[in-house]
Design a protein around this ligand. Structure first.
Ligand SMILES: Cc1ncc(C[n+]2csc(CCOP(=O)(O)OP(=O)(O)O)c2C)c(N)n1
Length: 320
């Protein structure tokens, strides 16, 4: 990657961190409604994955989807407007955090239903295969998904049909507020092996490690050689949703401290310095804050949906 590309990865991670911090404040102050699930600590995964996706490649996301949307290139003002419930949001203000989608950039949607992104990703990858296009689909999900039915079904169909898909397991060790390993027989990788889907493990706090695995998996998928599972070990800094709670960690406080020392953002700044890539972290933070301030202003100035639009865009009608 060029120095500019490396600096851009850094800036994207800062944008995600600051977007999430701002959204947390806004939610706790009651300025926005609904549940939000912060992605803080996992930024290197979304950014590393998108480093090797084209704009016309697809991505499916999760309940913790803001970082995925930002890395895929979603407009910050429209994301913010959606969170504020305003008409300029991606869903006209009716969807909120867990429904942000932008088909123009291949973002097929955040998703409040755990594991529901996997069948959508398989459909997207099958469509690309049938069209004979070389588009790839990245399918993001948490380790809590590995015990859910769609995980097994989708690995099976993706392996069988050699779908051009990269499954990315964001393995933060938790499923919401539980330790995911206590609920799983095997690991995501061992389950994938059972379905003859190759897998690779990466350090989810190292954006370049994620990007390197993604580069290879995308080349395999584009080359018609089928799916890969990337398991990215990471740590999420917040509780499950916006009300923070200290979650159980098998290794206790020591484990928490060790993870915090591996914060993906300062770590990458150090890596850039080691490579002699010029970077002014404070200037990046200032510029990102300005950009986010403008996005928030855009959202606040966007109108609230009219009351008579409440039933528009619904696909079901109440019986008459
Ligand atoms: C089908 C379904 N079952 C249960 C839930 C409730 N739920 C929300 S998040 C979550 C766990 C998700 O774990 P993981 O995918 O590992 O992501 P994490 O939140 O830990 O980052 C559950 C069970 C849901 N949203 N959908």
């Amino acid at each position: 990657m060029t120095d500019d590309e490396l600096r851009d990865l850094y800036r994207q991670m800062v944008t995600i961190r600051e977007f999430e911090s701002r959204i947390l404040r806004l939610r706790l102050d009651g300025e926005i409604e609904g549940v939000v699930h912060p992605y803080i600590g996992e930024e290197a995964i979304a950014v590393g994955v998108c480093a090797h996706l084209r704009r016309d490649d697809a991505m499916t996301s999760t309940h913790r989807g803001h970082g995925h949307c930002i890395a895929k290139g979603a407009d910050l003002g429209r994301m913010m407007a959606e969170l504020f419930g305003r008409i300029d949001g991606f869903c006209g203000g009716k969807g909120g955090s867990m429904h942000i989608a932008d088909f123009e950039i291949g973002m097929l949607g955040a998703n409040g239903i755990v594991a529901a992104g996997l069948p959508i990703a398989c459909g997207s990858a099958l469509a690309a295969q049938l069209r004979d296009s070389d588009q790839v689909t990245a399918c993001m999900f948490g380790d809590g998904v590995a015990g859910a039915g769609p995980f097994h079904e989708c690995l099976n169909i993706a392996g069988l049909q050699r779908l051009p898909i990269v499954f990315v397991c964001e393995d933060n060790g938790w499923a919401a507020n539980s330790v995911s390993g206590e609920m799983l027989s095997g690991t995501p990788a061992s389950i994938a092996a059972g379905h003859q889907v190759r897998s690779t493990a990466v350090d989810g706090t190292d954006v370049l490690d994620v990007a390197a695995a993604m580069e290879e998996a995308v080349a395999v998928a584009r080359g018609g050689e089928g799916p890969t599972l990337i398991v990215a070990r990471c740590f999420r800094y917040q509780g499950h949703a916006y009300r923070n709670v200290d979650l159980p960690l098998p290794g206790g406080e020591e484990e928490r401290r060790a993870w915090l020392e591996r914060d993906p953002i300062p770590r990458f700044a150090e890596e850039l310095a080691r490579r002699g890539v010029e970077l002014d972290p404070e200037a990046v933070s200032r510029e990102v804050e300005e950009e986010l301030g403008a996005a928030e202003d855009f959202a606040r100035n966007s109108p609230v949906p009219a009351l008579d639009s409440a039933l528009a865009d619904l696909f079901a009608e109440a019986p008459r």
